[in-house]
Ligand binder design. Structure first.
Ligand code: FAD
Length: 475
């Protein structure tokens, strides 16, 4: 198996960059104004939304067409130059960080919604379309694109597919993976393939669409995406309930599920998050509560009303108090905002915020959070946890100052234990943000050495020169 630099040593392609051979070729392919190479121009592409990780690209290229990408990848493959796909750079797992340098391919110029087809209930988009742009365009035709990442205003569809992004509607509607019907992809050889298509049912061959979804730019560059849409629900309601602790909130969640409901929203905040969010957004939350549960559903009004009543009852029976069902859209949006703004709210606690993304089977949610709090005590770190109570996906978030080496060491040690804990519950080191460079050291602990080796063989089939996002999945 060949790896980066084995075809042509790194020092050779680095020399080509320095002598402008590579830059001139890239400029010829996409036009001079779409190739950035000065240290000032590439600076913003060194990082994404993940703290503590950076890498310097030798060039940033902004292609407009699949044909341009194909030519770039063929050239990079022949020269052994790394190519890192980038959407909006909102990755929370250092997925876009060019840790081996090379070319960052920014897909933001490929921003066309090619088609929204109400009869077939699907949309065809280029990878640089933002999630919110697709949602808005689909809504105008009475259709909903359900995946709802907190970053939807900025995140791109290419990034969403490459990470199989989740979000607030995961329990009822699933995640990005559940909506991808077809992809156009440039492989690491420069070949262009089309997987899946416009069909909701299609079992011809291995399911490459599903394999590429969540492949984090390591198997191919996604250049076109076909996604399924659903009818936009007539009504949507949200409510909140407070609990003395997350244990009671978790009982409420179990009771809601046991009542046969599959709510569109079932999210939680712990007390540290409640306080931070209330200070940040001034939503008039009860800061004395140990936990807040945000619940909601969508559909026909009478069904939604009935479901809200049942959820309210489940909360009351499990110790919930201060229950509020939003009667107006504005208040409903405010309640959702309490969950959506958790990250910016917590970011005010310290200069650096490490937001993590572990998953556990739903019944272990409260126990997991209790153990996370013990880990935080052991390492003396500020740790607040919020997340998707409905699907067991937690975001323990540690606030610290990375300029303080001891604080940084303690924060990293705490997460090391948190990942092990998640795995010990039969959970995952990442529910939705991806493995990227940040989680790669823990992947083997979760999926085992045989699967890690299989991932490498799969990567080799798609990317025999090892140029696509090296140092991430499959490396
Ligand atoms: C405030 C905030 C809230 C967030 N909330 C959520 C949430 O609720 N749920 C969730 O799942 N995530 C969330 N995220 C994480 C992040 O937004 C998602 O991972 C998102 O899918 C990344 O989209 P992007 O366009 O920014 O991709 P990038 O960050 O640019 O890239 C992410 C990964 O996809 C690859 N990639 C990008 N485009 C392509 C392409 N065209 N072809 C191949 N590979 C590609 C990159 O190489 C990288 O590995 C949040 C992030 C922030 C900052």
């Amino acid at each position: 198996m060949r790896y980066i630099g084995r075809d042509i040593p790194r020092r050779v392609w680095k020399w080509w960059f320095n002598n402008h051979t590579v830059i001139d070729t890239l400029k010829r392919i996409v036009g001079a104004q779409y190739v950035l190479s000065s240290s000032d121009d590439v600076a913003v592409y060194k990082h994404d939304a993940t703290p503590l990780f950076s890498g310097t690209p030798d060039a940033v290229v902004l292609p407009r067409t699949t044909a341009e990408i194909q030519e770039i990848v063929k050239y990079a493959a022949a020269a052994g130059i790394p190519v890192v796909a980038r959407g909006s750079g909102s990755s929370l797992s250092a997925g876009t960080v060019p840790i081996h340098g090379g070319i960052v391919l920014s897909l933001t110029r490929m921003d066309q919604i090619k088609e929204i087809n109400p009869a077939e209930m699907l949309a065809v988009v280029e990878p640089g379309v933002t999630t919110a742009e697709l949602v808005t365009a689909a809504l105008k035709l009475g259709l909903l694109y359900p995946p709802d990442p907190g970053s939807k205003i900025i995140s791109t569809m290419g990034g969403n597919v490459a990470t199989s992004a989740g979000g607030l509607r995961g329990l009822k509607y699933g995640v990005t993976r559940n909506y991808v019907l077809g992809l156009e992809v440039v492989l690491g050889t420069g070949e262009v393939i089309r997987t899946g298509g416009r069909l909701w049912k299609d079992v011809a061959g291995y399911d490459l669409t599903r394999l590429l979804t969540g492949s984090e730019g390591t198997l191919g560059i996604i250049t076109e995406i076909t996604v399924a849409l659903v009818p936009n629900p007539a009504q949507s309601l949200n409510g909140i309930a407070y609990f003395a602790s997350l244990k009671e909130a978790s009982h409420a969640v179990n009771q809601i599920i046991a009542a046969g409901l599959l709510p569109a929203t079932l999210e939680f905040l712990d007390q540290k998050c409640i306080i931070a969010v209330d200070e940040y957004a001034n939503l008039n939350l009860d800061r004395t509560a140990g936990a807040l549960l945000l619940f909601g559903d969508d559909g026909d009004l009478d069904v939604v009303n009935k479901h809200m009543e049942l959820m309210e009852r489940a909360c009351l029976e499990t110790g919930g108090f201060g229950i509020e069902i939003a009667t107006e859209i504005t208040r409903s949006e405010q309640l959702l905002e309490a969950r959506r703004c958790s990250l910016p709210a917590l970011s005010r606690l310290a200069p650096t915020l490490l937001l993590e993304d572990v998953g556990v089977p739903r019944p272990y949610l409260a126990e997991m959070v209790a153990k996370i709090n013990l880990v935080a005590e052991k390492y003396q770190v500020i740790c607040a946890t919020f997340g998707h109570a409905g699907d067991g996906n937690l975001h323990p978030t540690i606030a610290f100052d990375e300029a303080d080496p001891d604080a940084k060491k303690r924060a990293l040690a705490a997460f090391d234990e948190i990942f092990s804990l998640a795995i010990s519950f039969g959970g995952s080191i990442s529910g939705e943000h991806g493995v990227g460079a940040a989680k790669l050291p823990w992947l083997k602990d979760q999926i085992g050495a045989e699967q890690v080796a299989l991932l490498k063989r799969i990567k080799f089939a798609f990317d025999p020169h090892g140029i696509l996002n090296p140092g991430k999945l499959g490396s």
